[in-house]
Design a protein around this ligand. Sequence first.
Ligand code: BG6
Ligand code: MG
Length: 221
Amino acid sequence: EIQAFIFDLDGVITDTAKYHYEAWKQLAEELGIHFDLEFNEQLKGIDRMASLEKILSQLSDGGSSFTLEQKQEWADRKNNNYKRLIRTVDESEILPGILELFHDLKQAGIPIGLASASRNAGTLLRQLKVESYINVIADPESVAHGKPAPDIFLKAAEALGVDPRYCVGVEDAEAGVQAIKSAGMFAVGVGDAEILSKADYIVSETSKLSLSEIQHYMTGR
Ligand code: BG6
Ligand code: MG
């Protein structure tokens, strides 16, 4: 029944969620804005500019006084922090169980799509040496609305030529799970069951992802 798997990248295939956190924290501290792991949870899956807006919205004036140029400069600064942090990422940073799952999917003839909001996704896939497993990469710059809107997941399904109803989406972020559900797909959440409560199936960590388990749950619904 499953005709495609569509994966998020950051926090699912590799633990780059921690580098995004670190890069935003560096910028927030320069701007004198408090930033912690709890606040960061709201930024997972959210694109660069929208993330900056959320951070600035904590200022007393809601960040409304800044020009677009100023905001662009801060977004670039965060991205430079991030690029510095991911420079040494290699295959050793693929999360546990992911290669096994990719392998099982390939064996089962189920194609894989990528639905990441990150403009650094291509670079990371190359550094992780997993490009050959991914059949389709949805370009985040080509969609009108970022997660939690379903656009990027729908784009990946369309490129694979698969009806969203037969797609499984895998996400570590609340906004990502919401995007998968809005796309009409089966949502697999990886992480905290409370945060990801809208997912159809939740595992605490990537090592617990199993194609046969997911198939079982999806057909038994
Ligand atoms: C998502 C991350 O995958 O990509 C977010 O979860 C990030 O934290 C977003 O903001 C955009 O990434 P980038 O690399 O284009 O700034
Ligand atoms: Mg993610």
